[in-house]
Design a protein around this ligand. Structure first.
Ligand code: SAH
Length: 258
């Protein structure tokens, strides 16, 4: 069977450098057990994960032609190829309630949505190793005070330790994307629950960054709550200056307000 011809609308940029595929697979911790690979394409990364002999290893791929290719070339995957959309996947279908790590050279057009889904399912996902567009990787790993620090940096940093592992040139892909790429690793920390209303916390972070050039006094008006009891030093700040813990402090104040 011929190679799969890249489909732009599916974010297909196939990695052609074996050593980078190997390095990504090796960045996954030994102790995480089960693994899900998102968007295996023609399996360049898949074959290195297969060598690790994980207890339960699934791949999910939305492109039928890639699925056919994988079936023909990786018999060891057997019936662990799921033909479908990761964003629509009910995770319990593949892993029931067991934990699993996520790996992939991800489709860049849905990077944020993948990360929001990880955030929503954080108690089932102990680790993520993935390649993203470099800018997205940098944003996710950004710390307070930086211009690129944003919603995903705050939300993910509450539950994950985030490491920027390495940068990857556009020339190792077929076809080359317009941007550089980077691999990051998220490792679940031991925070179980925030001691504040988590839904409200997410709303506060989103409202703060939706108008990121404004002070929180103005940006948080969108929440339609009394802001008077929030400490002045926070109201005068912009979202990008605050740590996740400071957003939690704000949330605790707002929980008690109308
Ligand atoms: N891992 C391969 C392919 C990366 S390109 C490699 O490194 O060469 C991204 C892959 O994600 C493509 O195969 C594309 O078909 C797949 N994909 C795109 N959207 C998807 C989705 N929503 N769910 C699952 N796979 C998806």
């Amino acid at each position: 069977m011929d190679l799969v011809k890249a489909k732009k609308h599916l974010g297909q940029h196939f990695l052609k450098d074996e050593s980078i595929a190997h390095k990504i697979a090796e960045s996954l911790s030994d102790n995480v057990g089960n693994v899900l690979e998102i968007g295996p394409g023609m399996g360049v990364l898949t074959k290195y994960v297969l060598q690790q002999k994980r207890p339960n290893f699934w791949v999910i791929e939305i492109d039928g032609e890639s699925v056919e290719y994988l079936k023909n070339h990786y018999p060891a995957l057997e019936n662990h190829i799921y033909f479908g959309d990761f964003l629509k996947l009910d995770l319990s279908e593949l892993f029931s309630s067991e934990k699993f790590a996520v790996i992939g050279n991800f489709p860049y057009n849905i990077s944020s949505q993948i990360l929001f889904k990880v955030f929503d399912n954080r108690n089932q996902i102990p680790e993520v190793v993935g390649m993203f567009q470099k800018e997205v990787a940098e944003r996710v790993a950004a710390k307070p005070g930086s211009k690129i620090y944003g919603i995903l940096s705050v939300l993910l940093s509450v539950y994950y330790d985030i490491e920027y592992l390495f940068t990857v040139s556009e020339n190792v892909f077929n076809p080359p994307p317009k941007v550089k790429s980077a691999v990051i690793r998220l490792t679940r920390n031991n925070v179980e629950k925030l001691n504040c209303d988590e839904k409200l916390f997410v709303q506060v972070v989103k409202a703060g960054f939706n108008q990121r050039r404004k002070t929180l006094r103005n940006a948080l008006k969108a929440l339609n709550k009394n802001l008077e009891n929030i400490p002045e030093r926070f109201l005068q700040s912009r979202a990008e200056q605050l740590s996740a813990n400071e957003f939690i402090e704000i949330t605790k104040v707002l929980e008690n307000e109308q």
